[in-house]
Design a binder for this molecule. Structure first.
Ligand code: ADP
Ligand code: MG
Length: 319
């Protein structure tokens, strides 16, 4: 099997996008964007040893490689539509490729995005995806739109993915049922695409939680020129049966753990009822965890209203 057989066999399934005029097989893909929509473009790379453990199941890797990109579309309020895959493989392993491509296409089909092209090279394992989405100009969610007085909201809960990493590194021990939940959150994240699209009408700013809640809400604060004030005891904890057993780590993971791909967004208090209705409609818990105020940075207040003095730092490749 050579490079071209490999592409043909694993990355050339029937196109599921009527707007893709030409997909895999030519020098470039051709796409017909929707008139009046803005294109949202983003890319994310996954590297062995850095973003995943060497022994991760290839199905899950394929899923996650696309899921993290879908999450960026969600955070912009965009509908994900097309993606390219740049794959570097140390060798051709068909069992691995078959499972990887199944995981990738499962996510692609669930979220309705089309693989339209890419590049295939040999070298240390690396998976890089570029994604394109569309958003109406009025529905764009940016990091810099938050206003003093906005509520801060969080979808679902953060921390479980980081707890799975900690368990795998031997830093703590989760019960079997909790471990299964945490590993699903880490390996098979469900990007909040439907939520992001719906928030276009309701939210002022949004970000997806990939580096940790404190770090990511901090990005909204700095880009918007306001302060994020978060109430620690309002932050939902991951759904662990044994949360109490590992509470200190659990709290750290909630605030600083990356890889959950939840959405954090801000909205005017006038939108509270609409946001509660949206949560019920799409079946995603949405929790009000704080408020934007005049100032800068992130403040996490404990139940007595005192700011926590030491906050976890978010993930940063070069720090
Ligand atoms: P070129 O030589 O023009 O760079 P390639 O030989 O790299 O073209 O790729 C041939 C075709 O296969 C192109 O349409 C490209 O987009 C597609 N392709 C290559 N690698 C992948 C991949 N991993 N997944 C999807 N499509 C791919
Ligand atoms: Mg090429």
């Amino acid at each position: 099997m050579d490079e071209f057989d490999l592409i043909q066999r694993y990355f050339h399934r029937p196109l599921n996008s009527s707007q893709c005029v030409l997909g895999v097989g030519d020098d470039a893909a051709l796409i017909q964007p929707t008139t009046g929509k803005i294109l949202a473009v983003s890319a994310d790379t996954l590297l062995e040893g850095r973003h995943f453990f060497a022994d991760v199941e290839p199905y899950k890797l394929g899923w996650k490689a696309l899921a993290v990109n879908l999450s960026d579309m969600a955070a912009m309020g965009a509908t994900p539509k097309w993606f390219t895959l740049c794959l570097t493989l140390p060798r051709i392993n068909e069992t691995w490729l078959s499972a990887f491509s199944d995981g990738l296409y499962s996510a692609a089909n669930l979220y309705g995005v089309a693989l339209v092209g890419g590049d295939t090279t040999s070298g240390p394992l690396s998976i890089s995806i570029q994604i394109l989405g569309e958003v109406a100009p009025k529905a764009i969610l940016r990091r810099d739109g938050a206003k003093a007085g906005d509520d801060i909201w969080l979808s679902g809960a953060t921390g479980a993915a980081a707890m799975a990493v900690a368990h795998r590194k031997g830093l703590l021990v989760l019960r079997d049922e909790d471990l299964a939940h945490a590993c699903d959150r880490l390996d098979l994240p469900l990007p909040r695409v439907e939520l992001g699209i719906a928030l276009g009408k309701l939210a002022n700013a949004a970000i997806d939680i990939s580096d940790g809640l404190v770090a990511d809400v901090g990005h909204i604060a700095s880009r918007s020129g306001v302060q994020a004030r978060v109430w620690f005891d309002q932050i939902p904890l991951p759904a662990f049966s044994s949360a109490a057993l590992v509470l200190p780590q659990c709290h750290d993971a909630c605030l600083g753990g990356g890889d959950d791909y939840e959405l954090c967004f801000t909205a005017s208090p006038n939108q509270r009822a609409a946001i509660a209705a949206l949560a019920a409609e799409i079946g995603v818990p949405l929790t009000r965890i704080g408020e934007m105020t005049a100032g800068s940075g992130v403040e996490i207040l404990n139940a007595e209203g005192h700011p926590l003095t030491s906050l976890p730092q978010g993930f940063n490749h070069f720090s």
